[in-house]
Design a protein around this ligand. Sequence first.
Ligand code: PNS
Length: 169
Amino acid sequence: MAAHPRIAVYPGTFDPLTNGHVDIIERGLALFDRIIVAILENSGKHPLFTVAERVGIIREVFADKPIVEVETFGGLLVDYVRSRRAHVIVRGLRTVSDFDYERQMALMNRHLSSDIETVFMMPSEQYAYVSSTLIKDIAALGGSLAGLVPPVVDARLARRREAATTRRA
Ligand code: PNS
């Protein structure tokens, strides 16, 4: 490892982790010595999975990749990034419609902390249309998620759907 390890923080809600996220993390493995997947604690988005569940899922998926760490954070992202002695924020960029939001966040984060750089990475084309929101909709309606999420996420969503169906019966 280099004298100054290249540490990247990959922040997000990850509710749930998709194969698009996995693709970004795997691409990051070639660029960074450590990737810290950082789950926002209070997103105000009424998440489907608890923060602890999301941490558990991501740890399970990357159990064989010790350079991928999973943590949670609250408050300002730049403060958290600094606390981890990192200088890079990784964000995935799928479509043009992602761009405005991502640009605004990257420039605001740079305004708040000019020594932290945001690096955008493109997922493989096959994940350009995959989002956690769509995944939850498809899961709730019983559609197939094959190839879109890791098997552990597919299984957890199926369990949720079964529980919801049983409750309604
Ligand atoms: O996956 P998401 O929901 O698009 O991730 C958004 C996230 C967590 C990266 C963003 O909401 C964030 O950084 N929140 C922390 C609060 C913060 O620092 N806000 C100012 C950044 S412009």
